[in-house]
Design a protein around this ligand. Structure first.
Ligand SMILES: C[S@@+](CC[C@H](N)C(=O)[O-])C[C@H]1O[C@@H](n2cnc3c(N)ncnc32)[C@H](O)[C@@H]1O
Ligand code: SF4
Ligand code: SF4
Length: 303
């Protein structure tokens, strides 16, 4: 709740103190409400702050984001949820606060028109495989939203499939199905399991994941719409991946991003990394981690 100064201008509580570090990039869980219950979702794991729902008011959140932006010199912000489009007005207001803003959405509320910005739309396979993870009817709703938007509105829209052990067999079919859709690219990321997780989603031994990585490298060769560097994908292979992640995340460059989750008191809370708490870094498949490590390796070779 905001108090007011003598001129009746609201004063919001200061955000949580995250130290004095500079964070060029950050992500914010703009709402921890969601209309889907995807099987693989790290946001709603028990060790990650996700209760209570939406305790912070919109104005308070924006005021705190501005303070954190100035303090940590945040240039780029990823608006995430939960489902960010449940609070589309808040997202649109928040995006204007940063030099560079992007959104990742499940696409079921339509695709926002945000010229000059990136909107990543999640789909986890062709219809049947996607709906087994994201819920019945979701594939068709997202497809309709993609085809309903104006493809010339200046918004950069890419699809993203999170590859798990469960949907990996449908990789090639997914690309075949979506390759002619009016989007700017198709991205892939691999599953980030929790520690000690043994499930139908996770690979117990990363050597088993290698076969899928090789298939993705082959697909990339045939489909230029796939947004991936082969060099980064090769770093995902089991004999290299710890170079990018470390056993406990010690090599991970994504840890330079400030993750802003909503904690119990309705205050921002920082998690271990963007993927929440209790993550198994040694089996992490977050594409951004490997892409960033690959770029760093290229830069150090050139210098
Ligand atoms: C947590 S969701 C939030 C935004 C929005 N609700 C959506 O589904 O796009 C952001 C992205 O993380 C991906 N994701 C969720 N759980 C994951 C996991 N355990 N490992 C890798 N990616 C995951 C989702 O598929 C989605 O592309
Ligand atoms: S739509 Fe996004 S936030 Fe919601 S459950 Fe699925 S992955 Fe998680
Ligand atoms: S889980 Fe992945 S993204 Fe998170 S710290 Fe570990 S290696 Fe980095």
């Amino acid at each position: 709740m905001a108090s007011e100064n003598a001129n009746h201008i609201p004063i919001y509580p200061a955000p949580t103190d995250f130290g004095d570090q500079t964070f060029r990039s950050a992500l914010v869980v703009i709402t921890n409400a969601c209309n889907l219950e995807c099987k693989h979702c790290f946001v709603f794991r028990k060790d990650t702050p996700n209760q209570p729902r939406d305790k912070m008011t919109d104005d308070c959140m924006l005021a705190q984001l501005e303070v954190l932006r100035d303090k940590h010199e945040i240039k780029s912000m990823l608006f995430m949820g939960g489902e960010p489009m449940i609070k589309s007005d808040l997202v649109l207001r928040g995006m204007s606060l940063f030099e560079s803003s992007s959104i990742v959405t499940n696409g079921t509320y339509g695709i926002p028109s945000v010229p000059g910005h990136l909107v990543t739309v999640s789909l986890d396979g062709p219809r049947e495989a996607n709906d087994a993870i994201r819920g019945i009817g979701v594939f068709d709703r997202v497809k309709a939203a993609i085809f309903d938007r104006d493809p010339d509105d200046g918004t950069l829209v890419i699809l993203q499939m999170a590859i798990t052990r469960q949907n990996a067999p449908h990789l090639e079919e997914f690309v075949e199905v979506v390759e002619d859709w009016p989007v700017d690219g198709i991205a892939f990321t691999f599953y980030v399991p929790s520690r000690e997780e043994e499930s139908e989603l996770s690979w117990h031994d990363l050597k088993e994941r290698d076969e899928v990585v090789h298939r993705l490298i082959a697909l990339k060769g045939k489909h230029p719409q796939i947004k991936a560097n082969v060099g980064a994908l090769k770093l995902l292979l089991s004999d290299r991946c710890l170079e990018a992640t470390g056993q406990e995340g010690e090599n991970c460059r994504i840890k330079k991003t400030l993750p802003l989750y909503i904690g119990e008191g309705g205050q921002f809370e920082r998690t271990f990394c963007c993927y929440g708490n209790n993550v198994d870094c040694s089996r992490c498949g977050a594409y951004g981690v490997f892409n960033s490590a690959w770029h760093q390796q290229m830069e150090s070779r050139e210098s």
